[in-house]
Write a protein that binds this ligand. Structure first.
Ligand SMILES: *Cc1c(COP(=O)(O)O)cnc(C)c1O
Length: 385
């Protein structure tokens, strides 16, 4: 089996696993305890927070550990929207049509149950949110803008810095979901100009079930997990010490090895994009050709059932994705692919191929040898039914 779905999740790096291990057993203390067991656990969290802060270029008290990237998105949107409305009366949230569900479903909930209004930004044909679109949308009733750094389904990298600048000029909070981006793109919060940024450990060789939210000093947020005063009162609950240690180690390594990892995957990605478009009729790249994640190739094939293609690939020994982590049996095309303006006969046939540390040119070539036949087969099977 060849794994080509690193955008869905990554295996835990051996060095990360090793760093985590002591905190499951020998150093199992509760970081809030006064005694020495607690002090050791607390010191591990302090060190982890310092590591994360040094990668993000921020203060240690601006890093909040959470249970996953989704939770970070939830805390940022719900927490900031509620706090901003209380402070200024602003009740509009601006976000895009291509966000991860952790953002879009939260925005929908804020509209349905909390009385906010949501403005959905259109994207261009590459799935990019343009600064112009944000500029046109903001007004004095805007509480918050949330635009993702890099898209998980189509790989497009958004011009975050320019969008952040518009928000800052208009005194509007800006959040970015960097869960997919952090594996390959720089995440210095001042260079990006963001007020809040979500991260998730398992997209960069850290463990699942742990994330972080950067919150710029002075940003008001209503916590959604209330209880003890952990994480500066932003997120109650005894911290998951081993996972936080693993998260920090993985982010640190991603930052250290960014260039090396990028140089490894980029040519493999380009080999896939070039070959697929050349050898498979009625195929299109989705997302931006240049401004895209270096490990990310995504396509649509006309008149192909994307889920069927994934099953054929799986049987042939290749683990790929249709884009979102949706399970089979959902006949609706993804909102992200639809927002590119593709018609249904194209949008249903999406395929995402994402690379990582264990990808090799041999694996890629085996894949490229097999894929055209399977696309053909999917087309034939589809037209018979
Ligand atoms: C994976 C992902 C998430 C969710 O992160 P979890 O840690 O799985 O909850 C959010 N946003 C993007 C862009 C992602 O790729």
């Amino acid at each position: 089996m060849i794994y080509m779905d690193y955008a869905a999740t990554t295996p835990v790096d051996g060095r990360v696993f090793e760093a985590m291990q002591p905190y499951f057993s020998a150093s199992f203390g509760n970081p809030s305890s006064v005694h020495r067991y607690g002090q050791i656990a607390e010191a591990a969290i302090d060190t982890a927070r310092e590591k994360v802060a040094s990668v993000l270029g921020c203060r240690v008290d601006e890093v909040i550990f959470t249970s996953c990237g989704s939770e970070s998105d939830n805390l940022a949107l719900r927490g900031a929207a509620l706090a901003m409305r209380e402070k200024t009366g602003a009740s509009w949230i601006i976000t895009s049509h291509v966000e991860h569900h952790a953002v879009s479903k939260t925005a929908e909930q804020l509209e349905k149950y909390y009385g906010f209004q949501v403005e959905w930004l259109e994207v261009d044909e590459n799935g990019m949110v343009t600064p112009e679109a944000v500029k046109k949308a903001v007004c004095d009733k805007t509480a918050l803008v949330s635009v993702m750094y890099a898209n998980n389904e189509i790989g497009t990298i958004n011009p975050i810095r320019a969008i952040a600048e518009i928000c800052r000029k208009n005194n509007i909070l800006f959040h970015t979901d960097a869960v997919q981006a952090a594996a390959y793109l720089p995440v210095n919060v001042d260079a990006l100009g963001v007020d809040m940024m979500s991260l998730g450990g398992h997209k960069f060789y850290g463990p699942k079930g742990v994330g972080a939210l950067y919150i710029r000093k002075g940003t008001l947020l209503i916590p959604h997990l209330t209880g003890g005063g952990q994480e500066s009162g932003f997120r109650a609950g005894t911290q998951n010490v081993p996972y936080i240690v693993g998260f920090a180690e993985a982010l640190w390594l991603a930052n250290e090895e960014r260039e090396k990892r990028t140089a490894h995957v980029r040519p493999l990605r380009d080999r896939i994009i070039g070959s697929v478009l050349e050898t498979i009729p009625d195929s299109q790249l989705t997302g931006h050709l240049e401004s895209r994640l270096p490990n990310h190739a995504s396509f649509v094939f006309k008149d192909v059932d994307g889920n069927l293609l994934l099953q054929l690939l799986d049987s042939a020994g290749f683990a790929c994705s249709s884009g979102s982590a949706c399970k089979t049996g959902n006949p609706e095309p993804s909102e992200v692919v639809t927002s590119l303006g593709l018609t249904r006969d194209w949008a249903l046939g999406s395929l995402r191929v994402t690379l990582g540390v264990d990808s090799t040119v041999e694996y890629v070539d085996e894949f490229l040898k097999t894929l055209p036949t399977l696309v053909n087969k999917a087309r034939q099977l589809g037209s018979n039914s």
